[in-house]
Ligand binder design. Structure first.
Ligand SMILES: C[S@@+](CC[C@H](N)C(=O)[O-])C[C@H]1O[C@@H](n2cnc3c(N)ncnc32)[C@H](O)[C@@H]1O
Length: 281
């Protein structure tokens, strides 16, 4: 049963990576370019994830120092853009993913960007990682835990490959907020293999770690999900609506952001739309 699920997940992600025209094959990857591509918000012509990514990337920039002495793992790297961008900052990077298409693209982009010496991308399953014990100072993962958490043993593997004192940093959509769960039901169908991530679920996953820190971001701003498909052209047609293209929607998003800025308090994690999770071994 699990193997069937893994195989479906691999095929679905292969299809996504075949369909998307990744900019990383058209331009040399640098941290700066990656940041620009990822972090533009919808009201500035970017995607609905732009501001979410800003939070994550600013955090990584502060936390993962650009040093050739550090080994970083891009966990569930997809086409490897994050890992490549970190390698361009001087870090030694490995990346793995279940999707062989993703890894192929990552390897090609590494060569084209002149980063092949500092990067190593490999097809692997998070349940059985091809890395020695205590290998990494940092594990970084964008939008992966909500896929991998359902596979037994991934928490043990994550713990095993981190160095003592090493950190795993995940950036994920949150599912504890009842309003967001409601909006989800009307906007996004459950994607294959997505597990709604709750604080309790994360805490159970992270039981063996010495420290677990979950920060929450975005409360009102998650209403953007209502215009989700409309303004992200890279997504398939299903469920796309016109709301996201309207001036009213953009005004609402700005208002939601302003309310969040006034109200966001990292202690109200249960209401967050996004989690930034830091696990220390
Ligand atoms: C939403 S994508 C995120 C990809 C990448 N981190 C990014 O931000 O573009 C989730 C990724 O997790 C990978 N994945 C899911 N289950 C996995 C597993 N058991 N082992 C390795 N990778 C897995 C998928 O193939 C997919 O590339």
């Amino acid at each position: 049963m699990m193997n069937e699920q893994l195989e479906r997940e691999r095929i679905e992600h292969n299809e996504i990576y075949d369909r998307q025209q990744s900019w990383i094959l058209a331009e040399a990857v640098t941290w700066e370019r990656y940041y620009q591509h990822m972090s533009r918000p919808p009201h500035e012509g970017g995607t609905l994830y732009g501001l979410d990514h800003q939070i994550f990337l600013d955090y990584l920039q502060r936390t993962v120092k650009a040093s050739a002495d550090l080994r970083v793992l891009d966990y569930g790297c997809g086409t490897g853009a994050l890992g490549l961008a970190l390698a361009e900052r001087g870090l030694r990077v490995s990346g793995f993913d279940l999707s062989d298409r993703g890894i192929e693209i990552a390897q090609r982009a590494a060569v084209q960007s002149g980063l092949a010496e500092r990067c190593h991308f490999v097809v692997a399953n998070a349940q059985d990682l091809p890395f020695a014990d205590n290998s990494f100072d940092f594990v970084v993962a964008k939008a992966v835990l909500h896929h991998t958490i359902k596979y037994p043993g991934t928490e043990r593997e994550l713990y095993r490959i981190l160095k003592p004192g090493g950190k795993a940093i995940f950036f994920e959509g949150a599912a504890s907020n009842p309003l967001i769960s409601l909006a989800r039901r009307f906007t996004i169908e459950e994607e294959l293999g997505d597990v709604p991530l709750t604080i309790e679920g994360i805490q159970t996953f992270a039981e063996s770690f010495s420290n677990v820190n979950i920060r929450g971001y975005f409360f009102c701003y998650m209403l953007k999900r209502l215009g989700y498909y409309a303004s992200d052209e890279s997504l398939p047609d299903r469920g796309r609506n016109r709301l996201g293209k309207t001036a009213l929607f953009r005004t609402l998003l700005r208002l939601a952001l302003a309310i969040d800025r006034a109200l966001v308090n990292e202690k109200r994690t249960a209401w967050a739309g996004r989690y930034l999770i830091e696990l220390t071994k």
